[in-house]
Design a protein around this ligand. Structure first.
Ligand SMILES: Cc1cc2nc3c(=O)[nH]c(=O)nc-3n(C[C@H](O)[C@H](O)[C@H](O)COP(=O)(O)O)c2cc1C
Length: 220
């Protein structure tokens, strides 16, 4: 079976565990999952660089779900550190890239990102990735991940799914992406939404080769 540190052709990727991640977020529901993924990579010493991209629609949804106000200190707002005086810079490793800047580092295959996650991934962004419509940085970076045969994880969220969504998930998976739907598990009996989202983020990171020490492991 193919391991995550191998690409779809079975070739080994240079950095395992991955050190340089692209994390993108789009206008689907589930901003709390993004928050916990960013909190985890922020404190994970194996991860050195995170290029973070948010679509305009993601901002709209994060305003509803996390109470965010605009793009000012966006990472600090998502991590929940924005009001702490000690954090004049919210994160040393998480660098924001504009979704409008198709000239950003991650738009080129020559920039050596190790893996990309889109969390949550709207069906609109899924459609653009699955069909090679790379007009914004998120889709361009995903397109680059696929052409360079680097891991691309799409945490798609919509319900119910129509045939277009299902076809696009198939197309993206067929091109090498991992469809990792925002469907949390319940068998560890999460006591809160934060616990539920934290465990889901752990599952995504473990899939990328970044297992988290405190993650739940099923013991029958
Ligand atoms: C509060 C809210 C929740 C939404 N939830 C979803 C969702 O779960 N899945 C989805 O695909 N779109 C959802 N949308 C619609 C997307 O935001 C919309 O289709 C947008 O154009 C996606 O743009 P993007 O893919 O560039 O981020 C939601 C919109 C709002 C305002």
């Amino acid at each position: 079976m193919l391991q995550i540190h191998q690409n779809v052709d079975g070739e080994f990727l240079p950095n395992h565990p991955p050190q340089n991640l692209i994390v993108a977020t789009t206008g689907a529901s589930g901003s709390i999952f993004l928050r916990h993924l960013l909190l985890a990579v922020e404190s994970d010493e194996r991860v050195q660089t995170v290029n973070f991209i948010a679509s305009d629609s993601a901002l709209r949804v994060m305003a509803e779900e996390l109470g965010l106000k605009g793009r000012s200190n966006l990472v600090g707002q998502i991590l929940g550190t924005a009001s702490k005086k000690s954090s004049s810079r919210s994160s040393a490793k998480i660098q924001i890239q504009s979704n409008a800047d198709i000239g950003a580092n991650v738009a080129s295959g020559s920039y050596l990102a190790d893996a990309m996650v889109v969390i949550p991934c709207s069906v609109g962004t899924l459609a653009r990735i699955a069909n090679g419509v790379a007009s914004h940085l998120i889709e361009r970076a995903a397109d680059v991940s696929l052409k360079e045969k680097r891991p691309l994880v799409l945490c798609v969220r919509e319900t119910p799914l129509n045939k277009i969504h299902i076809r696009n998930m198939y197309r993206a998976a067929d091109a090498g992406a991992t469809i990792f739907p925002l469907i949390p598990a319940f068998y560890y009996r999460p006591a809160s939404l934060d616990e539920l989202a934290r465990e889901f983020a752990c599952r995504v990171l473990a899939h990328l080769g970044l297992p988290q020490a405190h993650a739940f492991h099923w013991k029958p």
